[in-house]
Design a protein around this ligand. Structure first.
Ligand code: HPA
Ligand code: ZN
Length: 334
């Protein structure tokens, strides 16, 4: 499952900040962090819910100050993702986490784009950027971020919605998502990770999302399941994240098999790999080890990752041909 060509569609670049790089950047920028050692950091990664993680994730991001920091962060992720068979990545970034600390939007963009260029050059990987609004902040803050991003629109593929879900329904961001749609940007939103099925309906009907991030709790509503299947809505599912944030108590209880049986276009992703104990191929392997997916379902999930991407038709065809060729080659070897 490691070498299987795949796309990653749900990855917060700030969530790929490994403790080693956190320490290196803290030293480089002379920023103090509330940890004594790498083990100290890893020991702190014990969560019982989304908010526990978010508190530590925003604190960790404080070491990111310069364009070079964002480049180094992105390059480290792309190198690691390439080793996991990722040939295409659509990555989230959270500008407000940085602009509110005084790091200019343009610095974030310049650094990330330098990293994207390196991924293309070094791995032939294609990358799209998705700007996420922090939903615990108000819509005016999202609008001001949206305005800062205008001059970068040709480098941004879409907008997303992340951070604390419960109490911050998608409808809170109706206007800014409408503005993003008018600007020709794709729309995605985290919904149904901790929030109820009603939030998934709002993401679909009010934000008019092109893709749904997590979506686990959609399974509580049979009408919603049928609709998602009928509309071939892609769900970016993150099993190791679900385990770490107690969305599921055990991977043997993970609903990925149910999602596939119900005809949902599910994909596997790492979410925040530095915090949740694994990159994307680890997520495939962990589900296989838990008896949740067969080899054939692993291939279906990889195919879904390309089908659910925002690649052009031409690039999509190339990625699917590459996947099919890989599968044939490996079937011939067995
Ligand atoms: N959910 C919500 N917000 C996030 C997540 C997540 O899984 N990861 C980073 N920000
Ligand atoms: Zn996420």
């Amino acid at each position: 499952m490691t070498a299987l060509p795949k796309a990653e569609l749900h990855l917060h670049i700030e969530g790929s900040l490994e403790p080693e790089l956190m320490f290196a950047l803290a030293r480089r920028n002379r920023v103090s962090i509330p940890f004594k050692s790498v083990e100290d950091v890893r020991n702190a990664y014990q969560f019982t819910k989304l908010q526990d993680f978010l508190d530590i994730y925003y604190a960790g991001a404080d070491v990111l100050r310069t364009a070079e920091d964002f480049r180094d962060l992105a390059v480290a992720y792309f190198n690691r993702a390439a080793a996991d068979g990722v040939t295409h990545a659509e990555i989230f970034f959270d500008p407000q986490t940085h602009t509110l600390r005084g790091v200019p939007f343009d610095v974030v963009m310049q650094g990330l784009l330098a990293g994207v260029e390196e991924a293309r050059r070094r791995h032939g990987m294609s990358v799209l950027l998705i700007l996420c609004f922090l939903r615990h902040l108000d819509e005016e803050s999202a609008f001001s971020t949206f305005r800062s991003s205008e001059k970068w629109f040709d480098q941004i593929c879409g907008v997303g919605l992340d951070s604390s879900e419960v109490g911050h329904p998608p409808s809170k961001f109706a206007k800014v998502f409408a503005a993003a749609a008018a600007a020709g940007l794709k729309r995605v939103a985290h919904a149904g990770e901790e929030g109820p099925p009603a939030y998934v309906y709002e993401a679909l009907d009010i934000l008019q999302v092109d893709r749904l991030d997590h979506g686990n709790r959609s399974l509580e509503d049979p009408f919603l399941i049928s609709r998602l299947a009928r509309e071939a809505m892609t769900l970016t599912v993150c099993p190791l994240s679900n385990l770490k944030l107690r969305v599921v108590e055990d991977l043997r209880d993970h609903p990925i098999d149910v999602m596939l049986q119900k005809g949902l276009r599910a994909t596997l992703n790492s979410d925040d790999p530095a915090y949740f104990g694994g990159y994307v191929a680890d997520n495939y392997r962990a589900l296989a080890a838990a008896g949740k997916i067969s080899h054939a379902e692993g291939i279906t999930l990889a195919r879904n990752s390309f089908l659910g991407s925002f690649l052009t038709d031409e690039a999509l065809t190339r990625q699917l041909e590459n996947l099919d060729a890989f599968v044939l080659r490996h079937a011939a070897q067995q």
